[in-house]
Design a protein around this ligand. Sequence first.
Ligand code: NAG
Ligand code: NAG
Ligand code: NAG
Ligand code: NAG
Ligand code: NAG
Ligand code: NAG
Ligand code: NAG
Ligand code: NAG
Length: 593
Amino acid sequence: MASSPVGLLLLLLLLIITLATAPSVDVADGQALPGCQATCGTVSIPYPFGIGANCSRVGFEIACNDSTPFLSGTGYKVLNLSLAASGARLELPIAWTCYNRSGNPLPESEAPVSFNPQGVYRISDAHNQLVVIGCDVTAYTQSRYNDSTDVGYPYDYYTGCVSYCRGPEFVRDGLCAGVGCCRVDIPPDLTDNSIAMDDDGPDIRRLFYNFSPCSYGFLVDRNSYTFRRADLNMDKNQTMPVWLDWAIRPNGSSTFTCSDAMKDSSSYACKSQHSNCTNAANGPGYTCSCSRGYEGNAYIVGGCTDVNECLYPEKYPCHGVCRNTVGSYECRCQRGTHGNPLQDKCEPNLPRSARLTIGVVCGTSLIIILVILMAMMHHRRSLRAFFKRNGGPMLENINNIKIFTKEELNQITKNYSIVLGKGGFGEVYMGVTDDKQRVAVKRSISVDEARKKEFANEVIIQSRISHRNVVRLVGCCLEVDVPMLVYEFAPKGSLCDVLHGSKDNTKVSLPLGTRLDIAVDSAEALSYMHSSATQKILHGDVKSGNILLDENFMPKVSDFGTSRLLSIEKKTYHTRHRGYELHRPCVHEDRSS
Ligand SMILES: *[C@@H]1O[C@H](CO)[C@@H](O)[C@H](O)[C@H]1NC(C)=O
Ligand SMILES: *[C@@H]1O[C@H](CO)[C@@H](O)[C@H](O)[C@H]1NC(C)=O
Ligand SMILES: *[C@@H]1O[C@H](CO)[C@@H](O)[C@H](O)[C@H]1NC(C)=O
Ligand SMILES: *[C@@H]1O[C@H](CO)[C@@H](O)[C@H](O)[C@H]1NC(C)=O
Ligand SMILES: *[C@@H]1O[C@H](CO)[C@@H](O)[C@H](O)[C@H]1NC(C)=O
Ligand SMILES: *[C@@H]1O[C@H](CO)[C@@H](O)[C@H](O)[C@H]1NC(C)=O
Ligand SMILES: *[C@@H]1O[C@H](CO)[C@@H](O)[C@H](O)[C@H]1NC(C)=O
Ligand SMILES: *[C@@H]1O[C@H](CO)[C@@H](O)[C@H](O)[C@H]1NC(C)=O
């Protein structure tokens, strides 16, 4: 299975799952020393606490018996352990004293507790109180036994309260204010405890026997105990939770601070590079914590690691873009906004009205550009449509004529300003090409489909003819409704004009030789078309109006609109009997009529 990639993948997955779910006693959130047990039952044991040899700092040893942690060397069960200064919560026994029916005392317990061989603990004055229960009792804690004091009492600290109740009906649940129950704050710096009780003697005690045969006293977590009337007769064996403050304190010293501790780096407990020393609030000594921006265990080398503040927005507020840095984090406004994102949302750099204006302007511009673009596209498309309809694709392949754009023709003819001729067929304009060649631009007026076919025909035919007596087709323009043709320019006009004259008074009296030359050259051109060209071409409309003359009166046969390539259509071709009218007056009649 492992040989296939899928098998390998599965194996890897299994490994990951196994690693992820394996009980990682050693590493558990990096709070215990490497190789040391990090939990006992449900209680985690962070260093400087520890279970077993070399796993704890001196004085912080924890015993783990049957998944239950105890302060080592004592019978006190540990409920909580944490790195907070008031981080150890123990179960401590309660003190009690009871009487028989005649009011005489029975054996009692002062519940002496001592858990402090190395002096690292103090009973937390901030989190505990002394509670006394009974109807005829004065009870007090006594702490720090000092045999050598001479002032009358052997303890350094005494504090307590009086509880009295004439009958059970005076006692109220939840009220610990001197009737059946009293409580009092305790002083700081208590290293141990025992509770002593005084009463009024058998004659008075007797009166209370029925509803209060015992009195009790105990230290207890302020948040963990609420007085009940039933507690006047409570279980003597029970324990109460008590918070201990712990700190790093040298054994025996009554004043010791961070600055003292830092003098000796070998015993200095704040081992992490990113740690901070704090003087203990209760008793001498100090505690360690991770510096700002770090979290973990300051008592272990490398124990404080960077906090990714961005993951805890409720603790590290950021109303902008959060970026974690080592030991801190950056909170910035998003591009285009400004403000203090640590406190409030960032404001856009531009006010609303400006953004609105920009939006409107941009939107309008966009629409305008779009319209222009669409118009341009439409224009191009219509040019292209004309080009296609006018036989453009067919003519594109003919390479010895130039296909002009509409724009080019506008320039060549100077916007059609010089008219050479006008007639039923359309108009002819004078033009000058870029290389100074004079041309005649012929624009038909008729738009019928037959004409368009003729047009394409003329172009094809002309493109195949190369003869000095045939008007040369320079090019054409297809991008217009009615296609236009560009011819070489014949300065003397048509033979008809020369023979018969026209309105421009172009009549010239030609000598006979010239006339004969014209006849012969024209005939030659026609003969060439009929027989010599690669394909037979019938002009179909030969007349003096279609024979143009250059400056030397050399004839140029023109107007191939009705010509046919014999090979294209049927071999039998009949003209429309419109040609050879050389002596008709020079009227440019409309052939479609
Ligand atoms: C504890 O540390 C001491 C000295 O550092 C060493 O001699 C001893 O073997 C260690 N004990 C264990 C159980 O590792
Ligand atoms: C563990 O607890 C059992 C009883 O619960 C007791 O007999 C035993 O002595 C304890 N062991 C240690 C090491 O405290
Ligand atoms: C102390 O431990 C108990 C369970 O043993 C847990 O319910 C409680 O929340 C802990 N208290 C604190 C302050 O950690
Ligand atoms: C109470 O104790 C005293 C002294 O121990 C004894 O004399 C007396 O008889 C006891 N009374 C009762 C009711 O047990
Ligand atoms: C006991 O009290 C005496 C006198 O007040 C003092 O000098 C001594 O340090 C005390 N001993 C302890 C262990 O606190
Ligand atoms: C209290 O503990 C003692 C021994 O530790 C036992 O004999 C006694 O029965 C216990 N009492 C109660 C009420 O649990
Ligand atoms: C210090 O620790 C030792 C045991 O290591 C203990 O005997 C002594 O009582 C402690 N206290 C003082 C004040 O030395
Ligand atoms: C160290 O802790 C003290 C008290 O908690 C604090 O005032 C101080 O700013 C801290 N220093 C550093 C560097 O974290």
